[in-house]
Design a protein around this ligand. Structure first.
Ligand code: CMC
Length: 432
């Protein structure tokens, strides 16, 4: 069978270019337009990379129309139901589910690298207590590289594996320390007695004068939150990690760049924005008025937690997390959160029936519910995106490793359509 091509014709010169069409395992085919510049002397124009496939990847697949999310081929629903976050990390990094022996070794290895260097812990004292925790995360994760000079050869696969292990192993401790510093609490070390997720919970909340209630529902909710946020294909922060990595920057610096990108409210900062919005609405009776404000073109308010660049029918992560949200609120019976949840349910109901949202295919995304879950676990609003960063570290480093393992990896270098002043001569100051 003849392989599929797309022909591009320049009607000014009559020149044509036959571009091969590349087929992946799933999803839309891709036009290989790499010869555009050499053959037709042109670049692609695709601001915000809406139709650009920036790489090949075997890690995560999303079908935005059908609401499908697969990690290494496994549906997110099955992983959320049956797997653990650590198993998902192993899967993302290695491509296959671990055998029981591989799982135990991986779990032990993560525990072995989970302590923070005391020098790194000292870093925190330099931050103001009212710093945004994401700013602290960017600084501390970026600083990790300075402790591991001897194992920072990005050409060495063993060093790359160790960097991945250290990042995944230490990130809960870094996040917990960030929260505790802000709260003026002492640092809690990770313990060999707990699983990865229990340890995270313990490091966040342990107090010597109170019994820590590690409710299985709460631990399960945290586990699922981490699984759902572990990777999401070539989103803004992952693309940032890849672009930074393509310059052969060290992986700690690349992940710090990813954390900085995740911070934005259009990306990982949305769950924090959702909770702020729910408190701002304040009462179910104010929901219709708020929806009108969102629809008003002269008012730049967006319904936070709604819409997604890729998911245009539903976000499969939102479906999973919505159920957990209900369970958790029932189990923990937190009266403070009940009205907030009621506002969220009313917003969801009205928005899903409203033409404005239907026409634009705006559905609740994962962040619409994740903020409520994190609040009910006792995590302060400012920390929400930090939790997202903890989960996404596995995806970022798996994507970084995949890129570094490519034989022909080159520095990423987008081009542009220049629309500035035409070439002109310098004018001496006294003649302007
Ligand atoms: N509320 C109201 N209107 C919206 C919203 C929203 N949340 N999102 C998009 N629209 C409208 C937008 O005004 C535009 O309308 P029109 O065609 O009349 O100009 C249309 O829908 C298309 O919007 P867009 O900005 O071109 O869509 P996008 O694909 O570039 O943006 C988005 C995706 C997620 C940035 C956007 O939907 C948004 O800002 N949502 C709120 C923030 C949010 O929840 N972000 C979390 C995303 S999920 C977490 C993650 O995976 O990172």
């Amino acid at each position: 069978m003849m392989s599929r091509t797309v022909t591009i014709t320049d009607n000014a010169t009559g020149k044509t270019l036959e571009c091969p069409v590349l087929e992946g395992t799933h999803g839309q085919p891709v036009i290989d337009s790499r010869a555009l510049s050499t053959e037709l002397g042109m670049f692609n124009y695709d601001p915000a990379y809406v139709t650009t496939a920036s790489c090949t990847s075997k890690i995560t697949f999303i079908d935005g129309e059908k609401g499908i999310l697969l990690y290494r081929g496994y549906p997110i629903e099955q992983l959320a139901e049956n797997s653990s976050y650590i198993e998902v990390c192993y899967l993302l990094l290695n491509g296959e589910l671990p055998t029981p022996e591989q799982f135990t070794t991986f779990q032990k290895s993560l525990c072995n690298v989970s302590l923070l260097h005391e020098g790194l812990v000292n870093f925190y004292n330099g931050f103001r207590r009212d710093s945004h925790p994401m700013g602290m995360m960017v600084g501390v994760v970026g600083a990790l590289s300075s402790y591991y000079h001897k194992e920072l050869d990005i050409e060495d696969p063993a060093h790359r594996d160790l960097c991945a292990l250290r990042l995944i192993g230490k990130i809960p401790a870094i996040a917990a320390r960030t929260l505790r510093y802000k709260m003026g609490r002492y640092y809690v070390h990770p313990s060999y007695k707990y699983s990865y997720v229990e340890n995270f919970y313990h490091m966040l909340f342990h107090l010597p004068n109170r019994k820590l209630n590690m409710s299985p529902v709460a631990i399960k909710a945290l586990e699922i939150m981490l699984i759902l946020h572990a990777d999401h294909e070539q989103n803004a922060s992952t693309s940032t990690v890849r672009l930074a990595g393509s310059s052969q920057a060290n992986p700690y610096a690349c992940v710090a760049a990813g954390i900085a990108t995740l911070w934005g409210p259009a990306h990982g900062g949305a769950n924090e924005a959702v909770i702020k919005m729910l408190y701002e609405i304040g009462d179910v009776k104010n929901v219709p008025g708020y929806i009108e404000k969102v629809k008003d073109k002269n008012n730049h308010t967006r319904l936070m937690g709604f819409g997604h660049r890729v998911y245009k029918n539903f976000d499969p992560r939102a479906t999973i997390i919505r159920n957990i949200c209900h369970q958790l609120l029932q189990e923990l019976d937190n009266p403070e959160l009940k009205p907030i949840f009621e506002i969220a349910m009313e917003l969801e109901r009205i928005a899903l029936e409203d033409e404005y949202f239907i026409e634009r295919k705006l559905y609740p995304n994962v962040d619409f519910y994740s903020g409520i879950i994190l609040s009910s676990l006792g995590i302060p609003t400012e920390m929400f995106t930090v939790l997202f960063a903890v989960a996404r570290t596995a995806g970022w480093i798996a994507q970084w490793k995949e890129m570094m393992e490519e034989p022909n990896m080159r520095i990423g270098r987008p081009r542009q359509l220049y629309t500035g002043a035409a070439q002109r001569d310098y004018v001496a100051m006294d003649q302007r």
